[in-house]
Design a protein around this ligand. Structure first.
Ligand code: NAD
Ligand code: MLT
Length: 311
């Protein structure tokens, strides 16, 4: 009997292939290259992806034998889950694999933004010793507004509490009592925007959340606010953020994600007070290994016709 075919469409940890074991034919493609993806997906049983591969209705239509889409990470916004279900294709992800790693990056962006670490480093390496120019602000006693108090939002809240920050959050799907147990005060979005010295976004990208932090929201914030988006590009509207930075209505930003990726050219990159990373939220050895192993296990179970437990 021929082996089931597993297509790895993005660079994943080598632990992924080890965890799949010898029972599958493993193929590779560049899932970000649409033509390559549509050809490669045609006769495979499972596809393993990160965030750069779009498994939409067109890709599903091209996939004649596909049984499983495995997302080695959290966000499922690059997978048409409804169309997959309709086509009888199971979608699995690794919802806890990279949450610590993503939270740590968000905290890093908050700290980097507060203390101008990136521009000060760039300037020093260019021979400029400018201590006054890069004077920052303390985190201690400041209010951090967490937008989306889910797995990553909670981890960020816990970590930033240790810096002496007061934590408030906006998340209509969380009980106030549960938030209070964590020492977090739940507010409306409007209240959060008004009181926060720092804002960090940890929402999934959905029709409701796209542009949630847009022009209207950015007219309600303190001019000293620093905003971090390590969730998904477009939740913080890029044009509105650029305009708020230009007008001095926002003091700084830390960005890991962009409305269109890869993003190598953005008006936001011209601001000294924007620290930007190329979607590195999940990029640690540990998180990639966990994500790869988790989805490999799910693919094994799914292709064996066994129940895939919730992670
Ligand atoms: P989660 O599902 O645990 O938490 C999301 C939270 O958002 C939930 O508590 C939910 O109630 C809340 N929420 C949903 N819709 C909302 C809305 N309209 N308004 C307010 N709150 C809303 O997810 P998570 O593990 O914390 O991850 C959050 C997102 O971070 C993921 O969806 C993913 O897109 C992104 N992420 C990015 C990276 C990266 O590499 N930068 C890594 C991991 C995850
Ligand atoms: C995620 O949602 O898990 C992140 O975007 C990381 C990734 O690219 O896999």
């Amino acid at each position: 009997m021929s082996k089931s075919v597993v297509l790895i469409a993005e660079e994943l940890s080598p632990a992924t292939v080890d965890a799949l074991g010898p029972d599958f034919e493993i193929r590779h493609c560049n899932g970000a290259d649409r033509t390559e993806l549509l050809t490669a997906i045609a006769d495979v049983d499972a596809i393993l992806i990160r965030s750069a591969t779009k498994v939409d209705a067109e890709a599903l239509a091209a996939a004649k034998k596909l049984k499983v889409v495995a997302r080695a990470g959290v966000g499922l916004d690059n997978v048409d889950v409804a169309a997959s279900t309709k086509a009888g294709v199971m979608v699995v992800n690794a919802p806890t694999s990279n949450i610590v790693t993503a939270a740590e990056l968000a905290c890093g962006l908050l700290i980097a933004s507060a203390r101008n670490i990136a521009p000060a480093s760039t300037a020093l390496k260019a021979g400029e010793w400018k201590r006054n120019k890069y004077t920052g602000v303390e985190l201690s006693e400041k209010t951090l507004g967490v937008v989306g108090l889910g797995r990553i939002g909670v981890l960020v809240a816990q970590r930033m509490s240790a810096f002496g920050m007061k934590i408030v959050a906006y998340d209509p799907y969380i009980q106030a009592a549960r938030a209070a147990q964590m020492g977090v005060k739940l507010l409306s979005l409007e209240e959060l925007l008004e009181v926060s010295d720092f804002i960090t976004v940890h929402l999934p990208k959905t029709p409701e959340t796209i542009g949630l932090i847009g022009d209207e929201a950015l007219h309600k914030v303190k001019p000293t606010v620093r905003i971090v988006n390590a969730a998904r590009g477009g939740i913080v509207d890029e044009a509105a953020l650029a305009s708020a930075l230009r007008d001095g209505r926002v003091a700084g930003a830390g960005l890991d994600v962009y409305a269109k990726e890869p993003c190598t050219d953005s008006p936001l990159f011209a601001f000294d007070n924007v620290v930007a990373t190329p979607h590195l939220g999940a990029s640690t050895d540990e998180a990639q290994e966990k994500a790869g192993i988790a989805v490999a296990k799910s693919v094994r179970l799914a292709l064996a016709g066994e129940l895939v437990p919730d992670a």
